[in-house]
Structures are given as C-alpha cells and as structure tokens.
Ligand binder design. Sequence first.
Ligand code: ADP
Ligand code: ASP
Ligand code: MG
Length: 437
Amino acid sequence: MGIKVAKFGGSSVADAIQLTKTKEIIEADKERRYVVVSAPGKRYTEDNKITDLLYLCKTHIDHNLPYEQVFQVICDRYMAMVINLGINLDLMVEFDEIKKNLQEGASADYIASRGEYLNAKITASVLGYDFVDTADFVLFDEKGRFLAEETNRVLGEELKKHERAVLPGFYGSYPNGKIKTFSRGGSDITGAIVARAVKADVYENWTDVSGFLMADPRIVSNPKPISKISYKELRELSYMGASVLHEDAIYPARIENIPINIRNTNIPTDPGTMINAEVTVEKDRIITGIAGSKDFTVIAIYKNMMSQEIGFIRRISGILEDYDIAIEHLPSGIDTVSVVIANKNLDGRLGEVLDDLKKKLNPDSLDVFEDMALIATVGAGMSRRPGVSAKLFTALAEAGVNIRMIDQGSSEMNIIIGVENKDFNTSIKAIYNAFIS
Ligand code: ADP
Ligand code: ASP
Ligand code: MG
C-alpha cells in the first residue's frame, strides 16, 4: 500500500462541519495514513484564528491583564467541536494543564502550540488514528535552528510503529524539551517533514482554494489556477508572499522528490495544483504566477567608481549583519547598489543603520524609500524570451505606477520590482492583465 501524507490547514479543521469533511477525505483513500493538522482557523471572515487568540492570552499575561476570558473562548470552541462530533475526549484535563503552565510563565511558543496539539487530539479521536506528539520528534538545537536530519531519523523510526497517525503541525522542541514553533503558517513545514520521514508517495496539502492560483485571489478576481508548477518556481512565489504554502515546506519534499498536491477541502474533486521537480515550459505560458508583499525599505547607495572598490558589498553585508538584519535583495548597477530590507527586521533602527552606512562606506549619496512593496513575476517560460520585461514595465507605466527598483534573478526565472505600498494591488492587477488574456 502506498503512503499519502495529508496536511489540513486552519480552515479545513475550523469546526465540526469542516472536520467532518476532512474525515470523509481521509477515509476515502486508505493510503492517507499520516495526517497533520493546523489549529482551528477562521470559520468566516471576521472570525478569529485560535493561534491568534492563544498569542493574545500570552500578551495579556505579559501585561498583567486578566486572560481568562480569551482562554474561555478558546476552550468553548474546542468543546463545541467535541460535542458536535460526538467523540469521547476529556479536554478538561488538557485545559487545566495548559492553564497551570500559563500561570507558571510558559513561553509564547508553548501557548501557541496548544492550538495544533488540541486539534490533533480531536482529529485522532475522530479518525481512530494514533496521536503522535511532534514535540518529541521534530527537533531544534538550542539556538532554535531546525535539525532536519536528526528529525528525519527519529520521526521516521517512530512512525514505523504507527500504521496510521495524526500529528500536530507547527511545533517541535528544543534539546531541553521546551516547545519551539516554526514561523506562522508552519504546519505546512511539519507536513513536508512527515512526508519526507515516511517517504510518502505524495504530500497532500488541503486548504480552502483549489490549488495555487496565478495571483492572490484577494487582489485579482478569479485568477487562473496553476495545474503544474516546479518546486523552484513555487519557492519563489511562496517566498515572495503567496501564502498558500510556507516557503520552507518545499525543501523536505524536494529532497525525497515527493510531489506536493495542493487541494481544496471544500471541493475535494478538484485536482488542485501538482508541484514537482519538473519544469514545464508551455508554449503559451510565459509567466507562472505573481506574488508579493508589502513593507520593505530600500536604501539606494551611490558612489562613484564603486565597482572598483574591492569589498564594498561585503562591507554593506557586514554592517547589516552587526544589526542582525537579513538583506532580502541587493540589485546593483555600476556605481549604485540598493539594499532591500523587510521593515519588521529593521524594527525602528533605520536611523542608526543609515548613520553607520554613511560613516563606514562614505557614499556620494544615499536615498531611502520606505513603505515599499516587492512584487515577483515568476515563470520558467520567461527565460530567454525577449520582450517580457518590456511588457511588464509598459503595463505598470500605463497603470501609473512608479517603479523604484528592478531585480532580475540570475536564473532569469523571475523579475522583482519595488513599488510603493499604495501601488501594490494596482501593480499586481496590471501585470496579471498584461500576461493573461
Ligand atoms: P491554510 O490555513 O489552509 O494553511 P492559508 O490561509 O495559509 O491556508 O492559505 C490559503 C490562502 O492563501 C487562500 O485562501 C488565499 O486567500 C491565499 N492566497 C494568496 N496567494 C494565493 C495564490 N497565488 N493562490 C491561491 N491562494 C492564495
Ligand atoms: N496555526 C499556525 C498559524 O496560524 C500554523 C499554521 O496554521 O500553519 O500560523
Ligand atoms: Mg497556511
């Protein structure tokens, strides 16, 4: 019998109705032996995600405010699921334990992880599958770096003992046993790690859209679906902001050549998107997708004869490294280089960073563009095809968008542009309309 790993995102396990759909999907295929779940997500647009409520409890505690009311909302949602599903699971013991740990100063990671933990317990009970706690098998070092190989070994060993199991996504633990979470949306990573550990035939990622679409459906109405895409293209899109799949979920699947299939829990008959190593260049498919995100700062540094100053780029990297700030992009010209940084990493230190850059690099001038958005147009079909950039820039000019930065990846598989935050949606729509008729 083959093995399928199925990960269900927040909306697929948001309440008893959704969990019932999830159960039907799993039971429809006996190969769906390992299931990874997120915490309950939103049931409707204005609803709260359980993970957000859990973080909110922690914020209340840190500010010495009563947290009980928020905690009760969380407990009530899980209780309603248990009652409506008609399962026999005593959650009171779990709630008491969590509350006790909270009062004793448990970390934000611990409290956030309880969303997945409780949901996996419920799902395991609904399906009659074993519950395997990822805290014991998804391992991080003391600095919080994920230990891929060790995890693969111990998780693989453990899962051999379970014919069928449900595992909570999103977290693992430090060597001292304390809980450590991945970044937000991290249950996708857990799913891929489990798929690698059991050498699955496919990693199914069940969500609320019928696969990867060519653009964010919240910006472009009815974007075309992508039926096939390579790991490489997908990683570019995910990294740049297409939130369907966490960008770090690709590596574990790719290493074992496991295809990833994005599917829709609400329309399970849709085939969704298939992601694998194959790069398909269809004659009439120039671009594969568009993705982006807001809130970056671009620092444009000008210096005459910069290219002859050996070590200039290294000095820039060194300065930012001192602040522990990652550089997102570094497009350069003959006498200019632009440093692109995410605002969240700058964390209010722009002034200090600029002073340091001026002092240590002695540039002729320095221009700063705050509140910038980055947009990537991705597609294996773009490479060596003349006129793609021209088409893109014309579309943006016609839409009245000012392009502040251009970076074409050396793979020629993407073109990244920097525009002002306010032009973000307009730009995505303009690019989409230019390439997709
Ligand atoms: P889950 O909770 O199942 O992990 P997410 O909310 O993380 O789901 O991801 C699915 C959402 O991603 C969709 O509902 C959609 O709004 C958003 N999204 C952004 N970009 C895209 C895209 N290119 N294709 C499809 N969905 C996208
Ligand atoms: N529940 C976590 C989050 O909201 C992880 C996930 O859903 O993948 O970010
Ligand atoms: Mg997600």
